[in-house]
Design a protein around this ligand. Structure first.
Ligand code: HEM
Length: 151
């Protein structure tokens, strides 16, 4: 069902998705500020990053940023009915549990997402737009949480 909040989501995402890497970097820089303990979970070729800056400039991590932005893009495209993404999101949840991510860290990701949207949209990030994003992100995390088996 088309609802006004879906239009708010689509409109606001248009501005962000023009430069996904730039905005995704804002999101993850904020995430590492809020929860520095997440940094060691990102390891490529068994190499740990020495600082958030080191991580945020590595090609493998930039690929992860692109992947995250693509998942959000898919959620925006399917905002009216996320059921087609349910299985994918549950398996994505399982993968994240396997690499040591706690479900609770996805709340910090949500805060960082709202922070990035606010930075990108400025005054256009109205309370209604914020509420619409909180709802969509909540639905994505709920679907991913099935991969944690109800933890
Ligand atoms: C707590 C924050 C997060 C951590 C610590 C984390 C960590 C990881 C790690 C270590 C990998 C495997 C290496 C890689 O592909 O780069 C990965 C894969 C991935 N992550 Fe994340 N991630 C986080 C949040 C997210 C979010 C919010 C999304 C999307 C909504 C996401 C989407 C993906 C995707 C699509 C993959 C690739 C899965 C595949 O190979 O099939 N991640 N993540």
């Amino acid at each position: 069902m088309e609802r006004p909040e879906h239009e708010l989501i689509r409109q606001s995402w248009r501005a962000v998705s023009r430069s996904p890497l730039e905005h995704g970097t804002v999101l993850f820089a904020r995430l590492f500020d809020l929860e520095p303990g997440l940094l060691p979970l990102f390891q490529y070729n068994c190499r740990q990053f020495s600082s958030p800056e080191d991580c945020l400039s590595s090609p493998e991590f930039l690929d992860h940023i692109r992947k995250v932005m693509l998942v959000i893009d898919a959620a925006v495209t399917n905002v009216e009915d996320l059921s087609s993404l349910e299985e994918y999101l549950a398996s994505l949840g399982r993968k994240h549990r396997a690499v040591g991510v706690k479900l609770s860290s996805f709340s910090t990701v949500g805060e960082s997402l709202l922070y990035m949207l606010e930075k990108c949209l400025g005054p256009a990030f109205t309370p209604a737009t914020r509420a619409a994003w909180s709802q969509l992100y909540g639905a994505v995390v709920e679907a991913m949480s099935r991969g944690w088996g109800g933890e």
